[in-house]
Design a binder for this molecule. Structure first.
Ligand SMILES: [Cu+2]
Length: 182
């Protein structure tokens, strides 16, 4: 008798949690956004906590979101990468599009310049920022996440940033671990 009641209780609590999580996801719109992205965010980030190092795969035109003008499927700031202050950041960029793209870290200020020049953090840009890296081309950037602040990873090819080809990048003095939210 007790066993049955306990099983019933577990079922009811479990059902409640499931409904609660589903309702929260629906409210946040996660369901639609997850379906839109071909892979989960963990695909794009590897963390080495002991070394305080984060490695990020940054794909230009990952799927067709925003007409291909996206990084890892994110555009117009709808993805956010957060890195603790002082951590080492390694970004491996690859262009999956038929047209050239690049990446450069800029302050989180809109409107974006049509053609960016200097990165907000030293070395936080790919080669050929303006001309772009061709189809399947790759480059890496390595920099230290400092100073704390709000930034954007923007495509530096003229017009692409203002067209929405940017995601958010936060250097946080409070964060204990990197996070990739989308
Ligand atoms: Cu671009």
């Amino acid at each position: 008798m007790i066993g049955i009641r306990r099983a019933a209780l577990v079922f009811v609590v479990g059902l409640g949690l499931t409904i609660g999580v589903a309702a929260t996801r629906a409210a946040r719109g996660d369901g639609a956004r997850r379906q839109a992205g071909p892979a989960d965010s963990t695909t794009f980030m590897t963390v080495n906590a002991a070394a305080k190092k984060v490695s990020i795969n940054l794909y230009a035109a990952y799927g067709s979101a925003n007409g291909g003008m996206n990084f890892n499927g994110g555009s117009k700031g709808d993805q956010t990468i957060t890195v603790p202050l002082g951590w080492s950041v390694h970004i491996a960029f690859q262009n999956k599009d038929a047209i050239p793209h690049s990446a450069i870290l800029l302050p989180d200020h809109l409107p974006l310049p049509a053609q960016p020049d200097n990165p907000a953090i030293a070395r936080a840009y790919t080669k050929d920022v303006t001309g772009g890296i061709p189809t399947d081309g790759t480059d890496t950037m390595d920099f230290t996440a400092a100073p704390a602040g709000n930034y954007l990873i923007v495509c530096g090819v003229p017009g692409h940033g203002p067209s929405g080809m940017y995601i958010k990048f936060v250097v946080s003095a409070e964060a204990k671990a990197p996070q990739y939210s989308r």
